[in-house]
Design a protein around this ligand. Structure first.
Ligand code: CA
Length: 417
């Protein structure tokens, strides 16, 4: 697929995340005004709230952009999603006759503040990457390492907290929690010493369901994807997770990219997994390619220092796609809502520098990872973690914008009032 030319010159660059082919969905504000919905185009944001209010963009009888989140558009359904893309593409394409009316509604992205693009209904996080699951098992269990027996048959997950989800750029405070070292008989209550990131992609559910759905039906329910950082306190996690899974270790924050890339923009990049095939029960089998060729990377920038990319991997390394995860999610009768967020699970590749978290990169803290001006076993206060993802087309890329978060020091006393 070729680059679609736009009259917005910066959208025609081979290095922008936001060519006309992309049109990702975000929420922005300028000068402290109320947040509004927009789509990214090159170095600008197209103000859809204003375009709709002026009648230039029309998607039906009721206004969809009079609220500062994308849930109402999602609820309007896939036909409206397609109509929106068609109308905005026509407005922004090179030679567009409406250029003179649309031009006034472009906002420079560097003058805007970006907000959460959706109201997250509920958040579930999966564990569906074979390299990650195998590495974690080896780190925790040594020579007895093995994938959990259920892993090869279903996408394993835990129910997370929608309230923990924050937009890129939000600071993340190092949490306190219960920690028990192997050398002690009892736990202590202290700031986490093994705070980590997890590189993930997450699906945004745009169609509700109240019954079990097939993988094909699930795929059609996905509105789009965001890049996600599932911040994890490894020491808190190690003590609390048995037998019911992570709880406070994952409750501090979950950072998502400011832009939801619509599934339609990713269609040309559909692919099958690069991981070994699995013999799944019929209700979880994929009817076709369900993953996307999306290059992903993680960088760490210490306070006042330079950025170092510490991991490079690809979404195609997943063993279960979001559609399979969503289908599995509904099997027991769990209703799914518009705005549900489904994290893929940490995305690692087979290479040492393709591991998606520090737990794996430093092999449980044993092998420090070199970064500019130092090394990391786990994150230090002041570190900024930046996740990036993009599908590479012919002369263009479909990106998510940076997903960043800075780790700040734990409170001296979390109960001080
Ligand atoms: Ca995770």
């Amino acid at each position: 697929m070729k680059l679609m030319q736009s009259w917005v010159e910066s959208a025609n660059s081979a290095t922008t995340d936001f060519p006309l082919n992309n049109l990702p969905c975000g929420v922005f504000s300028i000068n402290g005004e109320d947040p509004r919905c927009g789509m990214a185009i090159g170095d600008y944001i197209l103000d859809l709230t204003a375009l709709e209010a002026e009648g230039i963009l029309q998607l039906g009888a009721a206004a969809l952009f009079d609220v500062p989140f994308w849930n109402e558009v999602m609820e309007a359904g896939p036909a409206v999603w397609a109509d929106l893309r068609a109308q905005v593409t026509a407005m922004l394409a090179a030679g567009a006759s409406k250029r003179w009316i649309v031009e006034d509604h472009l906002v420079a992205m560097d003058s805007a503040r970006l907000h959460l693009p959706l109201m997250v209904a509920e958040y579930t996080d999966f564990y569906s990457n074979r390299h990650h699951a195998t590495n974690v098992s080896a780190i925790l269990h040594g020579t007895k390492a093995a994938l959990p027996p259920n892993w090869l048959h279903m996408p394993i997950a835990y129910n997370g907290r929608a309230s923990s989800v924050v937009v890129s750029g939000s600071e993340v405070r190092r949490p306190w929690g219960q920690i028990k070292g192997a050398e002690f008989d009892a736990p202590i209550f202290a700031p986490s010493r093994r705070f980590d990131f997890e590189l993930e992609l997450a699906a945004v559910i745009g169609v509700a369901s109240d019954r079990p759905v097939t993988v094909a039906e699930a795929d059609a329910m996905i509105f789009g994807y965001v890049v996600l950082n599932d911040w994890s306190a490894r020491d808190i996690q190690a003590w609390e997770y048995q037998p019911l899974g992570p709880f406070q270790a994952k409750a501090t924050a979950t950072t998502i990219s400011p832009w939801i890339v619509m599934q339609a923009a990713l269609e040309p990049f559909r692919t099958v997994t690069t991981a070994p095939e699995m013999a799944l029960l019929p209700h979880l089998c994929a009817p076709g390619p369900m993953l996307y060729d999306i290059a992903l990377q993680v960088a760490i920038t210490p306070e006042g220092g330079a950025e170092t990319v510490v991991s490079r991997t690809n979404y195609a390394e997943m063993s279960y796609a979001s559609a399979q995860q969503l289908a599995h999610h509904t099997t027991g009768g769990c209703p799914m809502s518009v705005g549900d967020l489904l994290g893929s699970g940490t995305i690692s590749g087979p290479a040492q520098d393709a591991r998606g978290c520090l737990l794996e990169l430093s092999w449980g803290g044993k092998e420090p990872v070199a970064i500019a001006g130092g090394a990391r076993r786990f994150l230090e206060d002041g570190d900024t973690v930046t996740l990036r993802g993009a599908a590479q087309g012919d002369g263009f890329r479909i990106g998510f914008g940076a997903c960043t978060g800075k780790l700040i020091a734990a409170l001296a006393d979390p109960y001080a009032r």
